[in-house]
Ligand binder design. Structure first.
Ligand SMILES: NC(=O)c1ccc[n+]([C@@H]2O[C@H](COP(=O)([O-])OP(=O)(O)OC[C@H]3O[C@@H](n4cnc5c(N)ncnc54)[C@H](O)[C@@H]3O)[C@@H](O)[C@H]2O)c1
Length: 434
């Protein structure tokens, strides 16, 4: 099959590069001309690991075009990786996909009879492929299964490890309402050298499975936070040890069982909320909604901890530093991250200026200016300037550096620092302050 990718965003570009690295020639299109111009100069718009390296290494396989007709004629499988932003009611908007399908239909009408596969990679609400996208294409006089076929094929990746995750999937999920979807199945078998499990469902099943997987993970994280909260209020017990033990049971497994902050980022919260929206009227109780509520309580635990620490240590002058603004290392997404929430609460409760450090964030980012945060460019300066430091995501660089100091108060949210390795005071989320 001849591949093309429309939408070269945080998922689309790494995906196109991954395909290129597996020998596919990929025609790439994005309506944002700045992205295309950067790619033509072999520069990556994102900090995502491996992206720049692959862009340089597999450049000969990547064909950037500014013309959709060229893309349609040059390929017979188009992956659509467009935004599907959450609406106020928590369902996903199909606006960008519909706009693009309408544009594609014009080119496809000229091509006809080649069964061009339009493979939706964006996360969509259940029912979208069959009830909306297919019908739109049919309304343009294109024949389903003959001129086009809509399939659903989300990928399970996390920012910061996108290409790694694409290279090492647990399985490939394909949703198709055409029994003969072997073209897409053999496409992936070839890409993965026959070493991949493929789950073939109908489109609606696949659309439900995608958001349900993320919702299940949010449930597991919330369970970890529940154990962590119990331990925080119980003397002489350690949440990490308990969670680690629970995870040894093969029916449960260790992933996402550990001490940490709330879940955040661009996928988990929104997929969980979308599942809540989708099940309205279908179930008596909404597990996703309950999980969401508990998650929204998590930052309060950090604030309560801080209050207790300030009292216990008799701290008069508050010099508070927040390490990590994004929702995890190696990404630049700040919106709704655990720190975003924490900083909002800190400002509300203390009305102080806060010092922040995050290598993944450019000082020019609007968020920093709007919140009047003091942004440090140097890690040591940041550590030296603060008495209390929140470690909001795992990062070895700060973990190695901070233990060298002896007069700091470290709020270790991810249980990363060994207390005996430092003379500073460590307070861990999930451990009672004694
Ligand atoms: N980024 C992730 O971690 C991730 C993970 C899993 C699923 N997803 C899903 O993948 C989809 C894309 O996410 P993303 O993070 O890559 O989004 P993004 O906003 O980073 O990128 C989307 C790109 O699509 C382009 N675009 C919009 N309309 C277009 C059109 N009509 N024609 C051509 N290009 C157009 C934009 O210019 C942008 O470059 C979303 O549905 C998201 O939920 C993302």
């Amino acid at each position: 099959m001849k591949s093309s990718v429309i939408g070269l965003g945080k998922l689309g570009l790494p995906f196109a590069l991954f395909l290129a690295s597996r020998g596919q020639k990929v025609i790439c299109f994005d309506k944002n001309k700045k992205i295309l111009d950067l790619l033509l100069k072999k520069r990556s718009p994102y900090i995502e690991p491996k992206t720049l390296k692959y862009l340089r290494e597999y450049n000969k396989k990547i064909f950037v075009t500014k013309d959709l007709n060229q893309l349609v004629y040059g390929s017979n499988l188009t992956h659509l990786v467009l935004p599907t932003p959450s609406l106020k009611n928590n369902s996903f908007s199909n606006k960008y996909l519909i706009e693009c399908l309408e544009e594609l239909s014009v080119a496809l009408l000229k091509k006809r009879n080649t069964q061009h596969i339009i493979n939706i990679t964006s996360t969509v609400m259940p029912g979208s492929c069959k009830n909306i996208f297919t019908k739109i294409m049919e309304s343009k006089n294109l024949k389903n299964n003959k001129d086009f076929l809509i399939t659903y094929n989300p990928h399970f990746i996390a920012q910061g490890t996108t290409i790694y995750n694409l290279e090492n999937p647990d399985f490939i999920l394909i949703g198709s309402d055409n029994k003969k979807s072997e073209k897409l199945t053999s496409y992936y078998k070839k890409i993965y050298n026959n070493k991949v499990k493929i789950s073939l469902l109908n489109t609606m099943e696949a659309e439900i499975a995608k958001i349900a997987i993320n919702s299940y993970i949010t449930t597991k994280i919330t369970f970890s936070n529940f154990i962590s909260e119990i331990c925080q209020n119980t003397k002489n017990v350690d949440a990490s040890s308990i969670l680690n033990t629970i995870g040894k049971d093969h029916r449960i497994g260790n992933s996402y069982l550990g001490v940490g902050t709330k879940y955040s980022g661009p996928c988990f919260p929104r997929d969980n909320k979308a599942l809540h929206y989708f099940i309205k009227g279908k179930t008596k109780n909404s597990l996703p909604n309950f999980i969401d509520k508990i998650n929204n309580e998590q930052t309060k635990r950090l604030l309560e901890m801080l209050k207790e620490i300030i009292k216990k240590e008799k701290i008069k002058k508050l010099a508070i530093g927040v390490y990590g603004l994004t929702y995890k290392d190696k990404t630049s997404i700040i919106k709704d991250s655990q720190s975003y929430d924490l900083i909002k609460s800190l400002r509300f409760n203390y009305r102080e200026t806060f010092n922040v450090y995050d290598e993944n964030v450019k000082p020019s980012q609007k968020y920093l200016k709007n919140k009047k945060l003091i942004y440090f460019k140097n890690l040591r300066d940041f550590i030296q300037s603060n008495k209390i430091i929140f470690l909001m995501y795992a990062n070895q660089k700060i973990e190695r550096e901070i233990i060298k100091y002896k007069d700091k108060i470290i709020i270790d949210c991810w249980d990363r620092i060994e207390e005996k390795k430092t003379n500073s005071k460590i307070f861990k989320l999930g451990k009672k302050i004694l």
